[in-house]
Design a protein around this ligand. Structure first.
Ligand code: SAH
Length: 378
């Protein structure tokens, strides 16, 4: 029977309304009540939904469920960053990272198990591509993080606890979100729905390695902040670092970005640029980048490279990064340097590996099914 139940997590509002009407003969406002319970109050159990009639709750339990991914491990960095590994099935995991800052809390979520883009400097690429996440698995990351963060703040008093922990969501975890367009877009709609997570479109960021056709499609269909992993100021170098560039070169990619901003009436695209020692961090690269960005609705975010086992790259020295940023700023291109967070627990950009092939995880398989959870404090 369980297989026939519909998972309500991640169902767009219109679909949820249709579901309650068709399967349960209920009015649309029931769907709205359900959304409030699921997202605002983090309920996973129909019996707890006290403003729904008992009979309706029982009916719901027969045809529907609220199923979220299971947490395998939680790690807490010395800087407060938290990383959860979530079980996708017997052997596969994905990672979700929460980055607290004084004025906001950013949740970095995954869109796929593994990634097919094969960027040479990214740990996720090493595990290859496994599968797309479903809408429920994408939204489930937010649902779980919210629950965990609320629980961990239970001891705090008043405002701190009542204030929302997650103020921003970024698709900068594992996977290429535009390669999973079909599931990522409905998930983003839930993030922005006022009965969902109610985030403004500026607080939901999709980061892409540059799937040009999907950027055009997104421009028509969904209004969110766009970040693009540029990493190189010319095609020769970008072909090497971000292989998708061979299919969609820089001029096509940038044309899609400017179109996106026009169409969406947006402010700017954020270009991510990972600083690799001796590879893309020279003054001439900065000058080439200026030519691409000058006068455009663009911001450049320089990312200190995070090392991972087996990588051939090194992080640019801080002085090289500062010089690079100086050249951009001097020529009127807005550039900032990303602060590295959570690197002591391998939670920083490009370090998410999901350990899909980790043998201990395979061996632990059976045990994990029973719901064991471990918290590793670092
Ligand atoms: N596939 C998407 C989103 C995931 S990567 C994309 O490419 O944008 C999120 C960001 O982390 C990207 O800008 C990515 O290039 C960067 N990144 C990947 N590996 C990194 C590493 N080892 N150190 C620092 N940043 C890295």
């Amino acid at each position: 029977m369980a297989g026939e139940r519909v998972n309500l997590l991640g169902l767009p509002r219109a679909q949820l309304e249709a579901f309650v009407a068709q399967r349960l003969g209920a009015k649309p406002f029931r769907a709205r009540q359900l959304m409030k319970w699921i997202y605002r109050r983090g309920a996973a159990d129909f019996s707890a939904m006290s403003d729904l009639k008992q009979e309706f709750r029982v009916q719901l339990g027969e045809v529907a469920e609220i199923t979220v991914p299971q947490i395998v491990t939680e790690q807490v960095s010395s800087d407060g960053t938290r990383k959860w590994m979530l079980r996708m099935d017997e052997v596969q995991g994905i990672e979700t990272v929460f980055i607290p800052e004084p004025d906001r809390g950013t949740l970095c979520i995954s869109s796929q198990v593994g990634c097919a883009m094969d960027c040479t400097f990214c740990a996720t690429a090493q595990q290859g591509f496994n599968r797309n996440l479903s809408v429920a698995e994408i939204v489930g990351q937010v649902w779980l993080a919210q629950r965990e963060l609320t629980e961990s703040r239970a001891g705090e008093s008043g405002e701190g606890r009542a204030g929302r922990a997650i103020t921003n969501i970024v698709f900068m975890g594992m996977g290429e979100p535009l390669a999973n367009y079909r599931n990522v877009v409905p998930a983003m709609r839930i993030f922005m729905d006022d009965l969902g997570y109610d985030l403004s479109r500026r607080r939901v960021t999709l980061s892409t390695s540059g799937l040009v056709p999907q950027i055009y499609k997104l421009a028509e269909e969904c209004n969110v902040a766009l970040a693009v992993s540029l990493h190189a100021p010319n095609d020769e170098l970008r072909n090497e670092l971000v292989p998708i560039n061979r299919k969609h070169p820089i001029d096509e990619l940038l044309a899609a970005c400017w179109h996106y901003i026009d169409r969406q009436n947006g402010r700017s695209v954020t270009f991510e640029y990972v600083m690799l020692d001796g590879v893309n961090d020279k003054p001439e690269h900065a000058r080439q980048l200026v030519r691409l960005m000058k006068g455009r609705p663009a911001k450049v975010n320089l990312i200190p490279f995070n090392v991972f086992p087996g990588t051939r790259y090194r992080r640019s020295p801080a002085a090289a990064t500062a010089r690079f940023r100086g050249i951009l700023n001097d020529h009127g291109v807005i550039a900032t340097t990303r602060k590295t967070r959570g690197d002591d627990i391998d939670a920083a950009c490009g370090q998410l590996a999901g350990k899909v092939t980790d043998r201990t995880l395979v061996r632990l398989g059976a045990k994990l099914v029973s719901g064991a959870r471990t918290a590793v404090e670092i």
